[in-house]
Design a protein around this ligand. Structure first.
Ligand code: MOS
Length: 746
């Protein structure tokens, strides 16, 4: 353990002995024994079951629903249609904050995408509600639809996801191109993907008078409470939102969707609790997805193989009624030393549900295309892919000119390349074999920004020396309960076994968004500060009390460790319990917040290097990833076990994105052909034979006081390109789209 801890980076705050330990998940036992309560497990008395009816056409109008047949079915209590559905207090298009999409609550009879909710049936049983929804037998007036990049309508916009600028330009790309030695042009498409959390979107909603209780899996409890309140026209204090566990989120549970709101509205209207659980097929449309992209990259090189100019243009889709655009070109902003850099995004509107954030939104597809383009450029320069990336290593952020807060990427390249055995690679495509299979080695660079949101926390030290820490963190399975408790224990200077963690409830201080890979940094900072605040109060009590051995030491003169305060000037110490007892206090409570102060003057990113080996059947085009090795520099690693698990998970998403994950429209009907886990493939154990993720030491004194960068999403970046480049190396066929189809390789 000592060695492990010594490898961990840090910011300017010294943590104690909890952070850095490879503890197992504190919620693990609850989950594997079934004791963890998920939203759909709640069953309040008098519960009504809700089932959505969804549109079978992509565009047009619902002309008829057989409401009478549905309501005549035994057990059916109510059918809501656009004519009868309860209304929101404000326009469904109200943008309360950047994490709000159009709140689709049966506001009119138009159909904007296949799978759109068109009615809600409430019944005494799930079976009756399901049958009621079937009996609605909708009839439609259809209009011509467009669901792909090719048949969608361009529109003008200057923003992408979350209002970020759609374009960037630094230097003079055209001038650099005019004098460049070589020009490499690459086009890569990525497919539309769905989050496929194993736990579907679910809600149990109950009103007690004008007080609303909601159980729903949620990545942003505080924001969501605000959103619900605003659309309902009530005060946030009237809402209790519980989200102790999420069975996966991947971005789709950071946004609130109309189905959840309909359940709340109908519970109020009918005066009974309502539960709505989306069916698997209903997860493909109304609750977000990753839109397809078509990316054009142009790299200009000088005679020595330096990048003279880099241009990255993305065309992507959004819905006809909202705005989210996958910001793929941003992946080129800060990774390679491009003195002249231009990026753009162009949006098109299709008859699909609104896309949203999913597993490294922007960065994942952007990195996939960029890394293929980088290998194309390396080939043009006659250089090894790793050598070419090192030659074009960015010492500062090319898009802003800012220094990096820290950047351990060179170490990542070196460590992962060594473990992989990259030096043994033979340069020519189709030159490596394993039996009759073509073997290919490829690599990619991983990068992900380090955002911070806003969080608050309480830390209470009790008379018996134990503590309660409180913040409404969302644990999607990533281990937030554990990593955050480790940080809190160190803030409090006590052993983690003495820490009780209260979370997942909207009455607790808001932990901010579990997204953008910024949750541990943000909520962790708040918790650490809350703990430190409680310790400060104890220190004040003791150092001002003549009966304490710490008397006169002064606040700066004591250190907290293992539930005791120690003088810095001699051996004397006192236990927290004794300080509280003598002061006659039951507890001291500390408060803390976490956020980034002011505008950053450094570029803040996690980095990594991913190396892939694939085996390709030369006759069938079947691709297997046989080895995948990543090394990551992500600042302080709070829990090596959980961090590795996050990184491996991200890399496995990369396998899925490179080779499997793809939702396919039937363009004639505008419907998805594979809206289920049988047709939409995600990696299973057999697809992941050998995988490893290392972390390299990285001290970051700028990213935040704890030096935490985040590990949630970076694993998917770099990986997709590494696999694509390995396939290219194996087969000689340059990938032009992800997932790579076998038939494109033979
Ligand atoms: Mo995520 S896509 O930041 O939940």
């Amino acid at each position: 353990m000592d060695d492990l801890m010594n490898m961990q980076g840090q910011g300017h705050v010294r943590l104690g002995s909890s952070a850095g330990q490879a503890l197992t998940r504190r919620d693990g036992i609850l989950k594997v024994t079934g004791a963890a309560t998920y939203a759909a497990d709640n069953r309040p008395d008098g519960l009504l079951h809700a089932v959505l009816a969804t549109a079978g056409i992509a565009k047009g109008r619902v002309t008829h629903l057989d409401v009478a047949a549905a309501e005549a079915h035994p057990g059916v209590v109510k059918v809501y249609t656009p004519q009868t559905a309860p209304r929101l207090a404000v326009s469904p298009d109200e943008k309360i904050h950047p994490f709000v999409w159009r709140m689709e609550t049966l506001t009119d009879d138009s159909v904007r995408y296949a799978g759109q909710p068109i009615a809600l049936v409430l019944a005494e049983t799930l079976e009756a509600a399901t049958e009621g929804a079937r009996l609605l037998a909708p009839r439609y007036e259809t209009e011509a639809h467009g669901v792909t990049l090719d048949d969608a309508e361009p529109f003008e916009t200057d923003t992408t996801a979350f209002g970020r600028p759609a374009g960037h330009s630094s230097g003079d790309v055209d001038a650099a191109r005019a004098t460049a030695a070589r020009h490499v042009s690459t086009t890569v498409e990525t497919s539309q993907q769905y989050h496929n959390a194993i736990e579907p979107h679910a809600i149990t909603a109950r009103w007690e008078g004008d007080r609303l209780e909601i159980d729903t899996p949620n990545q942003a409890i505080g924001l969501s409470k605000q959103t619900f309140a605003a659309f309902l026209g009530i005060d946030p204090s009237q809402i209790v939102l519980r989200s102790p566990f999420l069975g996966g989120g991947f971005g789709s549970k950071a946004i609130l969707y109309g189905g959840q709101m309909l359940a709340i509205l109908s519970a109020r209207d009918l005066g009974r609790p309502v539960k709505l659980v989306l069916r698997r097929d209903q997860m493909y449309g109304p609750v977000g997805h990753r839109a397809p992209t078509r990316q054009a990259l142009q790299i200009d090189l000088d005679a020595e193989g330096n990048i003279a100019a880099l241009e990255h243009d993305t065309v992507t889709l959004t819905s006809t009624f909202d705005q989210f655009l996958e910001s793929a070109s941003n992946a080129s902003h800060s990774l390679y030393a491009a003195p002249n850099l231009r990026t753009s995004h162009r949006g098109r509107r299709a008859d699909v549900g609104t896309p949203g954030p999913m597993r490294a939104p922007g960065e994942a597809p952007g990195s996939a295309a960029l890394e293929i383009a980088m290998d194309a450029a390396a080939q043009a320069a006659g250089m090894d892919p790793l050598e070419f990336r090192l030659k074009n290593y960015a010492e500062s952020d090319p898009s802003t000119g800012m220094a990096f807060s820290s950047k351990g990427l060179r170490e990542c390249y070196a460590e992962a390349a060594k473990l992989f055995g990259w030096a043994e690679r033979s340069a020519a495509p189709r030159s490596m074999r394993q039996g009759r299979l073509l073997k290919g080695w490829g690599m990619g660079t991983a990068q992900f920004p380090c955002p911070m949101f806003q969080a608050a926390a309480h830390a209470t030290l009790r008379a018996d020396g134990s503590a309660v820490i409180e913040t409404s963190a969302a644990d999607m399975g990533q281990g937030a309960w554990t990593a955050l408790a480790q940080i809190a224990a160190d803030g409090l200077g006590i052993d983690i076994d003495k820490v009780e963690f209260r979370s997942g409830h909207s009455d607790l201080p808001d932990a901010g968004v579990a997204g953008g890979s910024g949750h541990t940094a943000t909520a962790g900072t708040a918790l650490f500060n809350a703990g430190a605040d409680a310790v400060r109060q104890l220190a004040e009590l003791a150092t001002n009390d003549p009966a304490s051995p710490l008397f006169g030491a002064g606040n700066a003169g004591v250190t907290a460790r293992s539930g005791r305060l120690y003088r810095n000037d001699d051996e004397r110490s006192e236990a927290y319990e004794d300080i509280l007892a003598r002061a006659g206090l039951e507890l001291v409570r500390g408060e803390g917040t976490g956020a980034r102060e002011g505008e950053p003057d450094r570029a803040m990113f996690s980095h990594g290097a991913v190396f892939a080996e694939v085996l390709v059947d030369p006759d069938l085009g079947q691709v297997r990833v046989s080895r995948l090795i990543g090394a990551f520099a992500a600042g302080r690693i709070v829990n090596p076990r959980l961090a590795r698990s996050q990184l491996l998970g991200g890399m496995i998403w990369g396998i899925g994105m490179a080779l499997q994950e793809e939702a396919v429209h039937d363009t004639r009907s505008g419907r998805l052909t594979n809206a289920d886990l049988a047709g939409y493939h995600v990696p299973v154990n057999a697809d992941v034979p050998m995988i490893e993720a290392l972390t390299v030491h990285e001290d970051d004194p700028f990213v935040n006081a704890l030096g935490i960068k985040g590990v949630g999403e970076i694993g998917v970046t770099g990986t997709v390109g590494a696999i694509g480049n390995a396939v290219w190396h194996a087969t000689g066929v340059q990938p032009t789209r992800f997932p790579i189809h076998p038939e494109s390789l033979i």
